[in-house]
Design a protein around this ligand. Structure first.
Ligand SMILES: [Fe+2]
Length: 392
């Protein structure tokens, strides 16, 4: 990847990472103290509580845990955040600790805003409206894929508008993320595969975004290496803590990569088919990824081909001197092979998606903000529909 003299960018990754088996209990109190906090609101969901993942952490906090807010659904909303913030105020919390996946983490990010700024969350819809640090937030992720533990974007459903709103704030970036691979040991194979492919998509799309830059590239390339090596191990042997840890770190690095460089066509199409046919985000990303890679390479731009050739090297299917066009296509093939290896669905029809669904989703994709960052300019909805048809 070659950048010319016009390159200019900002890389922002302020979240402190604490990694290690057992770190969610051994390191939490000292991280809280380092932030000068002593009254934690724990934000989690019912699934995490039932799986027993939060129990030890809450026990470790003892009296420093002033309340547990576990009323977070799969897709969080403004009403959920309002309830959580009211509860946190009532308990006098001075820090929020989230234990969970993307929805829990986004809820916690928004509770932190309301605790500091007051008012309604709808006032903060948009980009960079906050001017000061927010209530501290420590994330303890229980999945490995969203990268939300290091990004500063929160997505919440606004019932009144009937749509998801985006809150994009540097001050949303969590202060610390404690990555404890023990918490991901029980993730079932399909969820491991789909969240892992979400991370793979973040890494590959960050490198093929119009906002790509060298630091994000470095994060993305290593995330691709780790995911291609260790995701299949996690599927074969879910209890392999070393492999789980490697995938967790890869998801965080991919989060940094796309948090800075953004995502592209795969995410535009995954968001849209998710909204129309309720296909889970990671699954739709995994299915669409190789088809969108093939589409991007299709315009024959030498720079695009060179990037995919570098991705092929990270995937371990090409050497430095290979002809770039062949290497790029080997990367596409390898993603198909990886999907098969990890038992991930290969076609949208396996999820019950119909021709009618993809027609609606093609319209939405064109209006999705992610599409503007795609390395190949998408000329219209017919092109998108053609890609959906191939993946159906
Ligand atoms: Fe994603």
């Amino acid at each position: 990847m070659v950048y010319d003299d016009s390159l200019s960018f900002v890389y922002f990754g302020p979240t402190k990472i604490i990694f290690g088996s057992g770190s969610s209990t051994s390191e939490l109190e000292s991280e809280m103290s380092a932030l000068g906090c002593s009254r934690a609101l724990v934000v989690t969901d019912q699934g995490i509580i039932k799986a027993g993942l939060s129990e030890k952490i809450i026990k470790t906090l003892g009296e420093k845990c002033v309340g547990i807010f576990s009323d977070v659904p799969q897709d969080t909303g403004i009403d959920v955040v309002n309830r959580g913030a009211a509860f946190a105020r009532e308990k006098g919390a001075d820090i929020v600790i989230s234990i969970g996946g993307g929805s829990v983490i986004d809820t916690a990010k928004c509770i932190c805003i309301l605790l500091t700024e007051g008012g309604s969350l709808a006032n903060y819809e948009g980009i960079q409206l906050l001017t000061r640090p927010q209530t501290p937030h420590i994330v303890i992720p229980t999945t490995a894929g969203t990268g939300s533990e290091v990004t500063w974007i929160a997505v919440v459903y606004d019932k009144d508008k009937g749509q998801k709103i985006l809150i994009v704030e540097s001050y949303n970036a969590p202060r610390a993320a404690i990555l404890d691979p023990q918490l991901t040991l029980g993730l079932p194979p399909l969820l491991t595969a789909s969240t892992g492919m979400d991370a793979m998509t973040h890494a590959i799309e960050a490198m093929t975004s119009m906002q790509r830059e060298p630091i994000a590239d470095a994060m993305a390339l290593h995330a691709i290496r780790l995911l291609s090596n260790y995701l299949p191990v996690c599927i074969k042997d879910g209890g392999n803590i070393r492999a789980r840890g490697q995938v967790q770190m890869a998801a965080t690095m991919a989060g940094w990569a796309f948090g800075n460089a953004m995502v592209g066509l795969v995410h535009a199409m995954a968001h849209s088919i998710g909204a129309v046919a309720r296909v889970p985000h990671g699954v739709s990303c995994g299915i669409m990824l190789p088809y969108c890679m093939d589409y991007n390479i299709g315009d024959g731009e030498p720079e695009t081909v060179a990037i995919y050739a570098a991705i092929a090297q990270a995937l371990g299917v090409s050497k430095r001197d290979d002809e770039p066009g062949n290497a790029a296509m080997a990367a596409v093939q390898e993603i198909f092979d990886l999907l098969r290896k990890i038992g991930h669905p290969l076609k949208l029809s396996e999820l019950g998606v119909t021709e009618e669904d993809i027609i609606k989703a093609a319209d939405l994709s064109i209006a999705d903000g992610a599409i503007v960052n795609n390395i190949r300019y998408v000329t219209g909805k017919d092109e998108v529909l053609e890609i959906y048809r191939r993946a159906l």
